[in-house]
Write a protein that binds this ligand. Structure first.
Ligand code: HDD
Length: 712
């Protein structure tokens, strides 16, 4: 049986396994690429011990040549990413809407490969930069591969693909000095923004907490563009795709994100990898918004404009299935780097719309893989191979793997039995949706595309107060780094079209005098679902997979630590013991505890909460350690939960947490929970655990008004 047929009859996992088991990896012995066993791979072949190296050393030449060619061009955007395998299940048959087979049978699991990414940074840049995150899903369906290439923000910077190269050139490091890396806080990006008012809405999202997610597991995903569902009767409907994370939508704060970039540049990669290794499988529900064709013009926005959302309050998201990521890749290069997503990879039952951004994307992705993966046969790389059989007349080109049999590579033919032949719709052939199109060739956009500010204002109106404050501070950082005062002024003027007060606040932080006239869009509507705080998809009742730091030294109270650790574990969280040195700690009653990280390998910014157990010896030591006090201060400043029992409270007092009430000294005193700081003196451990878990589940405690008084 030839390899191609074998591949097509196996599951994706089995298929990849087969490639992993190629003779190369099965041999116990080190061999050349030709299978010749190598006797020495340390010393090159020389003429005498101290003589010149000989050209005939085929192993040396092969080894170095391979190494010299080991890099492929990084993706022109989304270069830095992280991948995971998993599966998709539909909740109920979607027959009414689409004929796509992977959306019919709730019993069926469709294998997927997902790649998350940042957009602007190079491959080696940090994970927690302010940026959009890519959320690309490859479904290996029985009808062929379907790629849904989305982002974690539902709109885009520009309306027309023609502008994409300009936008990316402006956002990437500047031409003369290749700075700054992985950041939009520079002149050319903001120059582009002010020259293109259509960016206003997306910029609001990019300045919001959405652009600094806590984890790939805790962010939404959006298909962004408008697509079509087409059912078996040929009825089409406009749709937008959504991914809703079951852990809720959570973000970092900007100071935290910047510090993590130094402490652990792989923060998001590591988080995804470790969660999957520990069995905390990331899950996202799949949703669609549907607009009937007859309602195409019913809205005050153009449904083909990718800079506009379909407010979920107007067009509800119908949840139709779930994605689970349950396996890490075995090899980063072979899978995560070589995976090739193409927006044009589509299956029957799904079709494109005339969204001008999408239309350009249809060309770009296939085109970019040709240069990135070195030729037209990249679909044969294991991670890109469909499970559905491939059979066509495209046979040659660089890196061809399949060995086709027979004489013919054309259709129709009489020599090869007239095969392979096109399939009818009944046989599963892809039929393009029969849309009536009439018009003059023209370079124009429809009138509603020119409303640049209404939805930017809708977004602003929908934010909670802390979210608004974060947006203003993000502008202060980003635009504050712009050197040319004319560009800073233009930014203030642009956002004066969105909201006058916003413009005044931006101006204040970037050295521009605020506009006299308070401008702004007249829109007063809100769409709570665009707010991470207010959305119905906010999840604030679980601490599953959160990371808690426990600060301790010799003399810690073992009972305190064990009962809190047990409670956290029971609720699905993970705790690390942090101390000045790695090794073992000794409790006041003689037990031992292994330290996971020291103050140099850990930092408060890498955790979701901090707990300080009692034990006089431990606290006397911690009170003298600036690193421990800093840990507490920083956690407080970033509005994350803090818990302490017994003498542990002393450390919080030394850290001077402003306006916080602590549990009293008496053993009869109850648990006190104040703005996410939970303390108890003695005794009631179960109510402490409950209150601490509630505080962690809330994630952030923005009500710490005096947080800025804390230096950290
Ligand atoms: Fe794009 C990669 C998402 C507009 C051209 N894009 C890429 C990836 C994601 C997106 C997630 C990374 C895929 C991976 O992990 O390999 N892009 C989007 C979204 C857009 C968007 C949600 C707006 C709706 N992109 C867009 C436009 C163009 C491109 C308008 C060009 C006209 N995008 C590309 C590309 C990339 C890419 C150059 C770079 C690497 C790749 O394709 O494989 O073709």
């Amino acid at each position: 049986m030839d390899k191609k047929r074998l591949v097509n009859e196996k599951s994706k996992d089995e298929q990849l396994e087969m490639f992993r088991k190629d003779p190369e990896s099965e041999s116990e012995f080190l061999t050349t690429n030709q299978g010749v066993r190598v006797s020495n791979t340390d010393i090159s072949l020389k003429a005498g011990e101290r003589g010149p190296t000989l050209l005939e050393d085929f192993h040396l030449r092969e080894k170095i040549t391979h190494f010299d060619h080991e890099r492929i061009p990084e993706r022109v955007v989304h270069a830095r990413g992280s991948g995971a395998h998993g599966y998709f299940e539909v909740y109920e048959p979607m027959t009414e809407y689409t004929s796509a087979k992977f959306l019919q049978d709730p019993e069926k699991k469709t294998p997927v490969f997902v790649r998350f990414s940042t957009v602007i940074g190079f491959r080696g840049s940090a994970d927690t930069v302010r940026d959009v995150r890519g959320f690309a899903v490859k479904f290996y369906t029985e009808e062929g591969n379907y790629d849904l290439v989305g982002n974690n923000i539902p709109v885009f910077f520009i309306q027309d693909a023609m502008k994409f190269p300009d936008f990316v050139h402006a956002a990437k490091p500047e031409q003369d000095n290749q700075m700054p890396q992985a950041s939009t806080a520079h002149d050319t990006l903001w120059d582009f923004v002010t020259c293109h008012p259509e960016t206003a809405h997306m910029i609001m999202w990019a300045m919001s907490d959405r652009a600094i997610p806590r984890s790939y597991r805790m962010m939404e995903g959006f298909g962004v563009n408008t697509y079509r569902f087409v059912n078996a009767e040929g009825k089409g409907r406009f749709i937008k795709f959504h991914w809703k994370p079951l852990l809720g939508i959570h973000s970092l704060v900007w100071d935290e994100a910047q510090k993590i970039s130094g402490k652990d540049p792989d923060f998001h990669r590591r988080d995804l990898w470790e969660a999957i290794e520990m069995g905390d499988y990331p899950e996202y529900e799949f949703g669609v918004q549907v607009i009937e064709e007859e309602d195409e013009f019913k809205f005050d926005f153009d449904i083909l404009d990718a800079t506009k959302i379909w407010p979920e309050e107007e067009v509800p998201v119908k949840i139709i299935g779930k994605l689970t990521l349950n396996r890490n890749p075995d090899n980063f290069f072979a899978e995560t780097e070589q995976v090739a997503f193409c927006v044009s990879n589509i299956v029957p039952g799904i079709d494109f719309s005339n969204d001008p951004l999408l239309q350009g994307r249809l060309f770009s992705y296939l085109d970019t893989q040709l240069i990135r993966l070195g030729g037209p046969n990249f679909h044969e790389i294991p991670i890109n191979r469909p499970l559905a059989p491939i059979s066509n007349n495209q046979r040659e080109g660089y890196h061809r793997m399949t060995i086709n049999k027979g004489k013919t590579s054309y259709f129709p033919n009489s020599v090869g039995g007239n095969l392979p032949r096109p399939a009818s719709a009944e046989e599963g052939g892809y039929d393009n949706y029969m849309e009536k199109v009439e018009g003059k060739k023209i370079r124009e956009r429809s009138e509603k595309f020119k409303d640049f500010f209404s939805q930017a204002k809708l977004f602003w109106n929908s934010m909670s107060e802390p979210e608004k404050e974060h947006i203003i501070r993000a502008f202060h950082f980003e635009v504050g780094k712009v050197i040319d005062p004319e560009i800073r002024k233009a930014v203030v003027e642009l956002f004066n079209n969105v909201d006058g007060e916003l413009a005044i606040q931006i101006a204040k932080g970037v050295g521009i005098s605020a506009s006299e006239q308070k401008g702004g869009s007249p829109v007063t509507k809100e769409s709570p679902n665009v707010s991470q705080e207010r959305t119905e998809y906010a999840v604030k009742d679980t601490i599953k997979s959160r990371k808690i730091a426990i600060l301790a030294a010799d003399g810690y109270d073992h009972k305190d630590v064990s009962q809190v650790m047990q409670a956290l574990k029971g609720a699905g969280a993970h705790a690390d013991i942090i101390s000045k040195y790695r090794g073992m700690l000794k409790s006041s009653s003689g037990e031992k505890l292994e330290v996971d990280k020291n103050y140099l390998t850990a930092a408060s910014v890498m955790y979701d909460a901090v707990y300080v157990p009692g034990g006089k010896g431990s606290i006397d030591t911690l009170k003298m350690q600036g690193d421990a006090i800093h840990f507490v201060n920083e956690t407080f400043r970033h509005c994350k939960p803090l818990g302490a029992t017994g003498e542990g409270i002393e450390l919080f007092k030394v850290a001077n947490l402003p306006d916080i009430k602590f549990a009293g000294q008496k053993s009869t005193d109850k648990v006190v929970s104040d703005k996410g700081v939970v303390t108890v003196m003695k005794g009631d451990s179960s109510s402490f655990n409950d209150s601490f878990i509630v505080a962690i589940a809330k994630h952030r405690h923005w009500d710490r008004e005096k947080k800025e008084h804390v230096s950290a």
